[in-house]
Design a protein around this ligand. Structure first.
Ligand SMILES: C[S@@+](CC[C@H](N)C(=O)[O-])C[C@H]1O[C@@H](n2cnc3c(N)ncnc32)[C@H](O)[C@@H]1O
Ligand code: SF4
Length: 392
């Protein structure tokens, strides 16, 4: 039975669990797969959308993966028509993640026609040898070509994902990639330091001693990123995220973020509710965290029986939830204005975490003012460790 409440949930994440091939570093739930399972997934996803549509009025939608752009025109048409029928279109921000090897003019136009207005492209590097070593299926040329296709289809809000501290990536290679990426004049840049995830081929190579982690180089690359992106007119608003200020037809945001920041992710970091659909997706609705099954077959089977494929539900105690919200929000350069934190969580950072904030300030990682608490430039570099202090 659909849940109906006064305020419908304004944010929707949909996970597409397929990739043409698995990259060496990636631990997101996805599998290389052919047609039948994808068709079955599309039908199951439409069922899942039908089950939650009454509780949704999406202002932001994000199709992530996996590789959403791997779906063909017919599959996209099915999903988007279902969303139209269920009154789920018309979001202020509607993002689809794309791999540069799977962008075509027809697909770009179809997405645009249904209201997709932001594309996030997984570029990772513009160095041919590194792309190959990472197991990427695309070349540098495909990045430039896909970017062009997307612009021609009318997309005026494009994000590029990059990675740094990749084994074998020198500072010179990183600078070249950064320079070329900013020269493309996208609206948004996300850039992550490589994480060595368990059970990935890259992690196995590290364990086997094929290369070593150079922490100093990683720090220098992060500094280079911040400097280069800022000089090119981006504003950093989160540890790994940079956006331009120029405004599209978006509602102004209540937060101090650049006009073209990813609103969908800002909602996560600010502890907002969101539905998460598709295999392995997590959702967070009115304090209840859910996680869908990380197995596409089982996900489909369960939805075919008319049930949502939720494998776990967790209702966090309010203080624990507030701690997580504090931790997430500190990833943003704006940190936490105390009043906003209180409005969101009903706890006051100054009452619950005074010692932790003081400790971070003493380490030079945090900055306390009468109105807010923020991480410093150094603190942002170590945001994960800083955030741990707030988890209860
Ligand atoms: C789920 S991927 C989606 C994009 C699309 N699948 C692609 O790769 O083209 C989102 C981004 O996460 C980043 N990422 C994935 N695994 C990572 C890892 N182990 N370390 C750092 N960044 C990672 C990559 O930059 C990637 O583009
Ligand atoms: S990085 Fe993207 S394309 Fe590569 S395996 Fe992960 S989700 Fe798939």
């Amino acid at each position: 039975m659909p849940v109906i409440s006064e305020a419908r949930v304004a944010s929707l994440y949909i996970h597409v669990p397929f990739c043409a091939q698995k990259c060496a570093y990636c631990a997101f739930y996805s599998e290389p797969s052919g047609g039948d399972l994808i068709n079955r997934y599309v039908a199951a996803l439409v069922h899942e959308l039908e089950m939650v549509a009454d509780d949704l009025k999406p202002r932001t939608i994000f199709f992530g993966g996996g590789t959403p752009s791997l779906l063909n025109l017919r599959q996209w048409g099915q999903i988007l028509s279902a969303m139209e029928r269920l009154h789920l279109l018309g979001a202020d921000e509607f993002t689809v993640e794309c791999n540069p090897a799977t962008v075509s003019p027809d697909k770009a136009r179809l997405l645009r026609d249904f209201g997709v207005n932001r594309i996030s492209m997984g570029v990772q590097s513009l160095d041919e040898a590194l792309l190959e070593r990472l197991g990427r299926i695309h070349t540098r040329q495909m990045v430039f070509k896909s970017f062009d296709i997307l612009r021609r289809a009318g997309f005026d809000n494009l994000n590029l994902d990059l990675m740094f501290a990749i084994p074998g990536q020198t500072m010179e290679i990183w600078r070249d990639t950064l320079n070329e990426a900013v020269a493309m004049q996208g609206e948004h840049l996300s850039s992550y330091e490589v994480i060595y995830e368990d059970d990935t081929p890259l992690f196995a190579r590290l364990q086997a001693g094929e290369f070593a982690v150079d922490e100093d180089l990683a720090c220098a690359m992060y500094e280079e990123l911040v400097e280069r992106a800022t000089a090119a007119g981006f504003r950093q608003y989160e540890v790994a995220n940079f956006a331009r200020e120029k405004s599209l037809n978006l509602q102004p945001s209540a937060f101090n973020i650049p006009a073209l920041a990813c609103r969908h992710n800002v909602n996560y970091w600010r502890g907002g509710s969101f539905y998460g659909l598709g295999p392995s997706a997590t959702g967070y609705v009115r304090g209840l965290r859910t996680k869908n099954r990380s197995n596409t077959q089982l996900y489909c089977e369960q939805l075919e029986k008319g049930e949502r494929a939720i494998e776990s539900r967790e209702e966090l105690p309010p203080l624990k939830r507030a701690g997580e919200t504090a931790a997430f929000g500190l990833r943003m350069t704006a940190g936490w204005p105390f009043e906003e934190f209180q409005r969101t969580t009903h706890f006051d950072l100054r009452d619950e975490w005074p010692a932790e904030m003081k400790e971070l300030a003493e380490r030079g990682w945090g900055k306390i003012s009468p109105q807010d608490f923020q991480l410093t430039k150094t603190g942002l570099r170590f945001a994960d460790s800083a955030a741990e202090l707030f988890l209860r």
